[in-house]
Design a protein around this ligand. Structure first.
Ligand SMILES: NC(=O)c1ccc[n+]([C@@H]2O[C@H](COP(=O)([O-])OP(=O)(O)OC[C@H]3O[C@@H](n4cnc5c(N)ncnc54)[C@H](OP(=O)(O)O)[C@@H]3O)[C@@H](O)[C@H]2O)c1
Length: 448
């Protein structure tokens, strides 16, 4: 839907790219049907139609006001409704940079004065201006006396760019509405305090849950210095990820596979075991139908450097590197060959499961890899799950039955004996992808 907002056209879609942020629950109808609203239900649309006829230029503005009012009344309080409405807009704006801001968070900002959006912006990538700066620049002199809606507490430290708190104060903003506190210890409430000390009214916690979900990767990374781990698997209805002969391409249909490429585009790195490299010779690149995808850094668990030098992940052209993770068991000559072919070599220690995964995650985080998509293989999935290292799962289930004892399931290892010990998921969402079903959920850490 397009609105004319203070001379500026904004595209405001109800669904976010992650499908996590809802603009409007569809409850608008309640407003029309509520007691005392029959008058509005009849005369308001009539009024808008007359306006559209008499003055088409102002029609967009009228529609905008009408939609805003619906929001305000359904949330029972003008101020609360206004906060939610503009924060929703800021969240939508932040989501435009999905998968592009690492190691920084996604942030959106909207400047509102006298009920009109006079500026909006988002943080596009690390090292470039923050969302507040873009929004304030666009607002110009109109920022003076305006309210700033921002999805994350404004920063107050000198990083790759200057502190946003300074820019906000300098612009003459009188009120700041913040979705969530910045978990970065360098900020963590200090940004809000600086604004308050400058006499600015600050309101926090507006659509906090949505903002936290949008930045789940950043929150995990900044607070633990480990990447956010997402496990993706594609399996048949009877829980097989390959046939007994190891064939797995393709279990799921084109719509699921297109979604997998969106996941690759979103996350910083992708990991497989050497078993998958040997069985499937995957390229592990991002191929979006519209182009413009970002290849994740490819990571292969390969203690003995069995990855063929002519494997696709080594020979293909890609703007992201392939890292072969090995142990001291790997022959030096083979490591040299892989390195000469363009691969990066990371040598780590081993534990009972193979390469030490905790050490690996620490090393990846040191390289500012904030998120890791694990695309399995039974054994790799098994050790990630058993080591309790997975934060989120994306499971694609195809309406196919493969059967057979020898056909592998998605999660290997010794498993559990008591059902009570099963790994549980929360915040589950279901999605249809053509004939397949996608299930997403968050892993409750064992013992929680
Ligand atoms: N449907 C799907 O979504 C999907 C996705 C991926 C793969 N697959 C299928 O899965 C099959 C391959 O699975 P797989 O279990 O044989 O191989 P895998 O999980 O891809 O790779 C396992 C290998 O990784 C190495 N490794 C090193 N450190 C490890 C650690 N900490 N944990 C686990 N592995 C570690 C080990 O080899 P070294 O000891 O030599 O280091 C191990 O044998 C293929 O048939 C493939 O088609 C299906």
């Amino acid at each position: 839907m397009k609105f004319r907002t203070g001379g500026k056209r904004l595209s405001f879609k109800p669904a976010s790219p992650q499908g996590l942020i809802r603009c409007n629950s569809g409850a608008d109808s309640k407003v029309w049907m509520g007691e005392g609203n029959y008058f509005k239900a009849f005369f308001r649309p009539l009024g808008v139609m007359c306006l559209a006829y008499l003055c088409p230029e102002d029609c967009f503005r009228a529609l905008f006001v009408l939609k805003r009012e619906i929001h305000f009344s359904q949330d029972g309080g003008q101020l609360r409704g206004e906060n939610i409405y503009y924060m929703q807009m800021a969240l939508e704006t932040a989501g435009k940079a999905l998968g592009r801001t690492s190691p920084n968070p996604m942030v959106g900002a909207v400047v509102v004065r006298d009920g009109q959006v006079v500026g909006s912006g988002y943080h596009a990538r690390a090292g470039t201006p923050h969302a507040e700066v873009h929004a304030l620049r666009e607002a110009g002199a109109k920022a003076c006396g305006a309210t700033l809606y921002v999805t994350l507490e404004p920063c107050c430290h000198h990083g790759r760019t200057g502190p946003c708190t300074e820019a906000v104060i300098k612009a003459g903003i009188t009120k700041v509405v913040v979705a969530m506190e910045d978990p970065n210890p360098k900020v963590a409430g200090k940004g809000v305090k600086i604004l308050q000390n400058a006499g600015i009214t600050v309101e926090t916690g507006v659509l906090e849950e949505q903002s936290r979900r949008l930045n789940e990767v950043f929150i995990k990374y900044i607070s633990t210095r480990l990447p956010f781990v997402v496990m993706k698997t594609a399996m048949s209805l009877d829980g097989k990820i390959a046939t007994a002969s190891g064939e797995s391409q393709w279990i799921t249909g084109p719509a699921s596979r297109a979604m997998v490429h969106r996941l690759r585009d979103r996350y910083d790195a992708i990991l497989v075991g050497v078993g998958t490299v040997l069985a499937d010779n995957p390229s592990l690149t991002t191929r979006l139908s519209e182009g413009g995808g970002k290849d994740p850094v490819r990571v292969v668990l390969d203690s003995r450097a069995r990855t063929p030098v002519d494997a696709q992940i080594i020979t293909q052209s890609s703007h992201s590197p392939t890292i072969i993770v090995t142990t001291s068991d790997a022959p030096r000559v083979k490591l040299q060959q892989l390195s000469d072919a363009g691969a990066q070599i990371m040598q780590l220690s081993a534990d009972d499961n193979g390469i030490c995964l905790h050490e690996l995650l620490c090393k990846l985080a040191e390289r500012e890899i904030t998120s890791l998509l694990v695309e399995g293989g039974t054994r790799v999935n098994g050790t990630f799950i058993n080591s309790n290292l997975v934060d989120k799962v994306c499971w694609f289930i195809a309406p196919k039955i493969i059967g057979g004892h020898a056909a592998p399931g998605p999660v290997g290892g010794i498993g559990i004996t008591a059902l009570a010990d099963a790994m549980k998921l929360s915040d589950i969402s279901l999605q249809r992808y053509g004939e397949d079903i996608g299930i997403e959920g968050y892993v409750a850490k064992r013992g929680e």
